[in-house]
Ligand binder design. Sequence first.
Ligand SMILES: [Fe+2]
Length: 322
Amino acid sequence: MVQTKEATATEITVRRVAGRIGADVSGIDLSAELDDATVSAIRRELLVHRVLFFRDQDIDHAQHIAFGRHFGDLTRRPGKQHGIAPEGFPEVLSVDRNAEHERYGKDYEERFRRKWVSALAGWHSDLTPAVNPPSMSILRAEKTPPYGGDTQWTNMVAAYEGLSKPLRDFVDTLRAEHAFFTAVNLLHTDPEDREILKMYCDLPQVAIHPVVRVHPETGERALFVSPGSTTRIMGLSQVESRRVLDLLFEHLTSAEYTVRFRWEPGSIAFWDNRSTCHFAPTDFAHYDNERVMHRVTILGDVPVGVDGSVSELVSGEPMAAW
Ligand SMILES: [Fe+2]
C-alpha cells in the first residue's frame, strides 16, 4: 500500500500527458539517494497515471537497479535466460538492435514482424506467460534514433470501464491462456519456423489468467489480455474465442486510451504492467541507427480475478527474484 510521510526532500512536479494515461515527472534526480517520502510519492503517482516519464536522467546500471529496488524485488526471467544483459548486471535486460543482429542475424526481428497475425500483434504486458508477471517495468534509454522508435501505452482500467455493462459482466467471468509467440504465425511447413516451434514445445511457458484482474494495490478492475500473449479464452470454441479477443484487442488499443512517448538519451519510462499494455516501436527498422535501452522489472503477484480466483501455472516456472 502507499505510505504517506510528512516532509519530502524532493518536490516533484507531475503533469498529465494524454487524456487517460501518462504523466511527465520533473524536479527529481534519480542518481541521488531517494528518501521514503519521494519513493512513496512516485508510487502513488504511478498508480494514478499508469506510466510516468522522466527526462535527462544520467544514471548507470547500478543506479537503475537501485531505483527499481525501491519498488520491490527485481525479477529473474523464468526458464532459459533470453535477451542480452550488460556485463556484471544480470538484473538488467538490454534492448539493442545492433547487438541482436550480431547474435541472431540481421533480419531476425523483421522476419517475425512479417509473420504477425495482425497489426496489433506487438501490444503486450510484460511476461504474462508467467503465472506471476512483473508488476512494474522501468525502461531507460541510453542511445536513441534521430527519429522514430516511440513507445505507446494503453490504460487497461479505462479500457475496461469503457466497455458496456453487459460486456463487462461477461468478461468478468472469463479466464484466458497466455504464451510466447502467440501473435506470430509459425508454420510447421517452414523449416526455420520449425526450429522455433520445437524450442517452444520443449520449453513452454504458459499461464492462465483472469481476463479481468483486480489491481492488488488499488482494487480497480483492469482488462488483462493482450494481442501479443493471449492465445485463447478458456471454455469458448476457437471461433468464439477469436471474435471475443479481437473485439477486446481493438477496443483496448483505441487511441483514446493511449499515450505515445518520444525517447531521448536519459529518458526513463516507469509503468504498471497490471493496468497497462504497451507497444514496442517498429518504425525505425528501415534505416541504420543506434537504439540502446535497458529495463528492470519488479516481481509481481499472482493475478486475482473479480471472483477471487487466481491465475494458474500451466507450464514452465514462476518468475523468481534476483
Ligand atoms: Fe515489453
